[in-house]
Design a protein around this ligand. Structure first.
Ligand code: FE
Ligand code: CA
Length: 512
């Protein structure tokens, strides 16, 4: 066991026993705590690391599933950041105000930290202490970085299983975690599920808050939030299945849907370690952003829901009708697309990671006639080609696309012309499966065999649950598909189902 490993294990043990730990802390001591009083039921989190800062998050909610249980008043919350897990060497402290209009959520943007370092943090309100969280700043923006290690995840339907994948993710040696959306699901309560939702389909702000709170009570996910900084973006279920901008799945009237969107976006902001720049404005929220890790990697984090045109051809798996080939169709909206391509053009970093939701590779899912998912980039052919052409012509260094949404693992080459296997390979796409959505899942699928013969750029398919672990160095990218055997009950082991690499300077996926 390395020194780091020993430290991490001690830390893990202590986050489980934070009462004992914080009682020993000389700076903050814990008074008598009545059971049921604890306002820190949703844990702590951190996110969006920069070389000198981080966002620290918590939300005061002694009664998390019933509106939080806080008085309708502002409450002071103290926070501190320490250089050690025992919170003895405190290097920064401050006070934040938790207000009822943001559900008593706290977002502290700490600055003035050192680059590429682990820090520990804790909140205190009244006589209550939060669990201790651990986080890590990014390396200096132009500093040489030899390795970045992270995991990405998506799609964690609470009813469809246990978050065993997170239990295993907590044991990984990571710098950060990336979440690609479907953090919550909006639906009501189903029958015969391993766990149950806390009410019918969510519509109001109170509904969305209680749903986020339910998901946040999961101990395995809380632990991963407390161990690593997260970079999050949403997909559709944070609001409504397969919505497009202002258009609901069921084409509900625009006014009412925008009100619902405002509720969903606000609750999302309240529950995520996001910066003030993402504070919702009415029914809009700016989520797309860029995060850099030394000279090695830059994440472009995209929002493929808020600005897209409606799914063409009636959504679903369809042949590409004229609408799917229309230059009017778009996924990112003109402003985000300009910002995105601009950033890629300017990037000086070795790997350009595109963290987004929907399958970018053109994958024919048909068995006789070609069928494509109209909710994915294949529903927006002109926009996809515009982006791939840009990556190719501007020689953007090592583009790697990360994708969620479809509850299955895939790996595919991004081609200049998907119909021509001899056309240049422009980049690589890793699609990560769900944490739970879809239930236990399976390793093979008769449809997959057909997909391989119809899509020569496809390298891997698997539909078990899990996450993808990525290790990035200046020479090579490696993705390990980590899968669990089942999620319908707790306790599955984890294994690496497949590993793939991308060599720097040579786009395309190779078997590790
Ligand atoms: Fe999903
Ligand atoms: Ca989705």
């Amino acid at each position: 066991m390395s020194g780091d490993e020993a430290l991490r294990r001690t830390f893990l043990a202590r986050t489980g026993q934070w009462l004992a730990l914080t009682l020993a802390s000389p700076s903050w001591t814990l008074a008598q705590q009545k059971p049921g009083d604890d306002p820190f039921t949703l844990g702590v989190a951190s996110g969006d690391p920069t070389p000198d800062g981080i966002v620290l998050w918590t939300r005061l909610a002694p009664d998390p599933l019933n509106g939080g249980g806080m008085p309708r008043a502002a409450v002071e919350v103290d926070w501190q950041v320490a250089a050690d897990e025992g919170m003895r060497r405190v290097i920064q402290r401050g006070r934040a105000t938790a207000t009822p209009d943001l559900a008593h959520a706290v977002h502290v943007e700490v600055s003035g930290l050192d680059p590429a370092r682990w820090y520990w943090y804790q909140f205190k309100t009244g006589s209550h202490l939060s669990p201790v969280g651990r986080t890590r700043t990014a390396p200096g923006a132009t500093n040489p970085l030899n390795r970045l290690s992270f995991a990405f995840a998506s799609c964690q339907h609470y009813e469809q299983g246990f978050y065993t994948a997170y239990q295993h993710m907590a044991e990984e040696d990571l710098d950060l975690v990336v979440h690609l959306g479907d953090y919550i699901y909006e639906g009501g309560i189903a029958r015969d599920r391993p766990r149950l939702h806390n009410g019918p389909e969510i519509m109001s702000l109170a509904d969305y808050r209680n749903r986020h709170a339910l998901y946040k009570t999961d101990a395995n996910m809380q632990r991963v939030h407390a161990l690593f900084p997260w970079i999050v973006t949403w997909d559709d279920h944070e609001l409504d299945n397969n919505y497009a901008a202002e258009i609901a799945e069921d084409n509900a009237p625009r006014e009412g849907f925008l009100e619902r969107r405002a509720n969903a976006y606000q609750a999302y902001y309240e529950h995520m370690p996001l910066r003030r720049t993402s504070m919702p404005q009415g029914s809009s929220m700016q989520l797309y952003r860029r995060l850099a890790f030394g000279d090695l990697a830059e994440f472009s984090v995209l929002d493929t829901r808020q600005y897209r045109t409606d799914q063409p051809c009636g959504d679903g798996n369809k042949p590409q009708c004229a609408e799917a080939l229309s230059p009017q169709g778009g996924v990112l909206g003109s402003e985000q697309e300009r910002w995105f391509l601009d950033g890629l053009q300017r990037s000086q970093r070795r790997w350009n990671i595109i963290a987004q939701q929907i399958l970018m590779a053109k994958i024919d899912r048909g068995s006789d006639e070609p069928l494509y998912s109209m909710d994915q980039w294949s529903g927006y052919e002109v926009a996809r080609n515009r982006i791939l052409r840009f990556l190719h012509e501007r020689k953007v260094a090592n583009p790697v696309v990360l994708t969620g949404d479809i509850h299955s693992n895939w790996a595919a080459d991004l081609k200049a012309d998907f119909a021509d296997p001899k056309s240049p390979t422009i980049g690589s796409e890793f699609v990560g499966t769900s944490i739970t959505s879809g239930g236990d899942g399976s390793d093979s699928n008769p449809q997959a065999a057909a997909a391989f013969s119809r899509n020569p750029h496809l390298h891997f398919y698997n539909a078990q649950r899990g996450y993808v672990r990525c290790a990035v160095t200046p020479e090579q990218w490696q993705s390990d598909y980590r899968v669990v055997d089942y999620v319908s009950k707790p306790g599955s082991p984890v294994k690496t189902r497949a590993s793939f690499v991308v060599e720097a300077g040579r786009p395309g996926i190779q078997k590790a």
